[in-house]
Write a new protein. Structure first.
Length: 208
């Protein structure tokens, strides 16, 4: 098996009341595990097994549907769990870090970012993801992608390309048990558990 389902860094119920334990268990144990298994099945016995997930997505997502859908699902969720934390929220935002300074220079305030990001996430038609990424010009950008696409892929994603720093899953399986069709309520809850310290670490790795 080339790729392994990463351990969840907290208990299923740790993000309550914002994300409920039942949804987390299904989301991680069924959906993320499913993408992981199908990705391994798609590349088994080929030279693709030797590549990192980043290389796989950059080089082969555009031409390989199995890599695009399942590799995207594997990568996106692996990032998603890391940028969530019971100790997250506004209080974890590192204002004086290199990331914090660039972020505030770009968006003005955390509230303005939330407003713009929420609009992007709420208006993503159907299933997909909303992103904060560092684009190829090393600029912070909010964008969204359909399905399990992400900014690493060399695919048509309406200018959404670069290194993902933060992502929000807006597939209904991520929120429907608790929020039903109220995606904006789910998006609002998300900001209470964003691990901004991890987002800052993602930024530091991306700017190198």
């Amino acid at each position: 098996m080339a790729f392994k389902l990463p351990d969840l860094p907290y208990d299923y119920k740790a993000l309550e009341p914002h994300f409920d334990g039942k949804t987390m268990k299904i989301h991680y144990g069924k959906h993320h595990a499913g993408y992981t298994n199908k990705l391994n099945g798609a590349i088994e016995g080929t030279d693709l097994e030797k590549l990192s997930i980043e290389e796989l997505l950059k080089k082969h997502a555009a031409s390989n549907t199995g890599v695009r859908n399942n590799g995207g699902g594997f990568y996106n969720h692996s990032l998603f769990w890391k940028i969530l934390s019971p100790e997250g929220g506004d209080g974890s935002f590192p204002k004086t870090s290199k990331f914090g300074k660039d972020f505030l220079k770009t968006f003005g305030t955390l509230e303005k970012f939330k407003e713009d990001f929420s609009k992007t996430a709420a208006t993503r038609f159907g299933s997909g993801w909303a992103w904060l990424c560092l684009n190829k010009r090393k600029k912070l950008k909010i964008c969204s992608t359909p399905n399990q696409d992400n900014p690493l892929m060399n695919v048509e994603t309406n200018g959404c390309s670069g290194k993902p720093l933060l992502g929000l899953d807006v597939w209904e399986h991520a929120y429907y048990l608790k929020y039903q069709n109220k995606r904006p309520d789910y998006i609002e809850a998300f900001f209470s558990i964003v691990n901004w310290k991890q987002v800052s670490k993602n930024y530091n790795a991306a700017v190198k």
